[in-house]
Design a protein around this ligand. Structure first.
Ligand code: ZN
Length: 165
């Protein structure tokens, strides 16, 4: 087997604005916080970035194409969408080998949430938790993210594509 024929990476970034009033949904978990995210569905910026990285690696349509901003997706949970992405991968015969992600947020603090976030994302894609990593960074009070206007997330996925793709 030639590695280059079967293994692919996908990279993604997403950002959403805060709106007043919690709780905050991030990486499929609900966090007690005084702000939440604007955007379609639950505005789960981390799950959106992870899904787009996975879709890109699998050479499938991106999140916007898969879940257009039509009424039925307006309140759809990102966990539900991630499970659908996982089904697309399984139909294609693609396996996720590794996921890594960074949440850039001045607040809330990500490090105490890391373990739960890893487990939540792993559960959505039905992969072991040790294949998923999440870490938090701040922009040290610089720019819109540093000034608490929103959260940015970046993700990279490594997949092994099915023989038929
Ligand atoms: Zn998004």
């Amino acid at each position: 087997m030639s590695l280059t024929e079967h293994v692919a990476v996908g990279l993604s970034v997403d950002a959403h604005k805060f709106k007043e009033g919690g709780p905050l949904v991030l990486g499929g978990i609900t966090i007690d916080f005084d702000k939440s995210m604007e955007g379609h569905s639950d505005g789960d910026v981390l799950m959106h970035a992870v899904m787009d990285a996975v879709l890109s690696a699998a050479d499938l349509p991106d999140l916007g194409e898969l879940f257009p901003g039509i009424d039925e997706n307006l309140d759809r949970s990102s966990v539900d969408m991630a499970k659908e992405v996982a089904r697309h991968l399984s139909v294609q015969g693609t396996r996720i080998l590794s996921l890594d992600s960074v949440v850039i947020a001045q607040a809330p603090k990500i490090s105490p949430l890391r373990d739960k976030l890893r487990q939540s994302i792993a559960d959505c894609f039905d992969i072991p938790k040790d294949r998923v990593n999440v870490k938090g960074k701040t922009f040290d009070h610089m720019g819109p993210i540093g000034n608490l206007e929103g959260i940015e997330a970046r993700a990279v996925a490594l997949v092994e594509r099915g023989a038929t793709s």
